[in-house]
Design a protein around this ligand. Sequence first.
Ligand SMILES: C[S@@+](CC[C@H](N)C(=O)[O-])C[C@H]1O[C@@H](n2cnc3c(N)ncnc32)[C@H](O)[C@@H]1O
Length: 262
Amino acid sequence: MEMEMEMEGGERGKDNGEVAPRTVSDYLDPHYWNERFKSEEHYEWFKDYSHFQHLLRRHIHPSYSVLELGCGNSRLCEELFKDGVTDITCIDLSDVAVNRMRERLLVSGLHGVKVLQADMLELPFSSQSFDLVIEKGTMDVLFVDSGDPWNPNPATVSKVIKMLEGVHKVLKPQGTFISITFGQPHFRRPLFESPGFTWSVEWDTFGDGFHYFFYFLKKGRRSPESEPCHDEKRNELTISMLHEELEDEDYIFRTAIDVMEN
Ligand SMILES: C[S@@+](CC[C@H](N)C(=O)[O-])C[C@H]1O[C@@H](n2cnc3c(N)ncnc32)[C@H](O)[C@@H]1O
């Protein structure tokens, strides 16, 4: 078994400095992200919007208020804006990412998009503030030192649950949480379906050779007492995961968070 974590590097190498981490634990270090974002203009983790737009469009509406967790220097918020969603709030732990994103949005004329420095584990928003919360590769950061993905260490589980509790709280009663990740259902469902959450958990995949997971969790569709479903483990390991199909950093990221199968 190997594990790791990644991102899509379609734009990588164009206008980026040396930003690769020394170890995967760097992904948990805000200084790492700050240093990285000083020199990196754009890096799209996993795939860019065009690859999952068809899935996302089923869950968004121009009237929605949207919160993006860990925006980094992704262009997701610009793409959502172009698709008619104007009430967008982005957060990131890195002040460098936040400042650079603000500058970029100003230059692009997207004045309505709010960008705040905030920790996704301590969301500074009132209950029921957003119709949709979305994250791409951000929750995955919490898993880089999780140990055995079949049995993640308690510190990881407690951080992930804290993050999910915050997301659940800030979602409106019928709101949707979208998580775009490497994390396979047998690893993510036990967390998403923890007691207390009222969301239903469904997912899709996108990508060509390599598949990424697109989870959509609909608040209010499940009883908080529902039994989590943990018994579909190995039969879901049917995803193509060839190293050659991933950018180097994506491969490193992925191996830090999940089981790899070739
Ligand atoms: C793997 S990158 C994903 C960036 C972007 N979502 C994308 O798709 O390209 C993770 C991002 O999460 C941010 N981050 C890490 N921990 C965070 C936290 N606790 N709260 C908010 N943002 C965090 C990092 O600064 C980084 O921008």
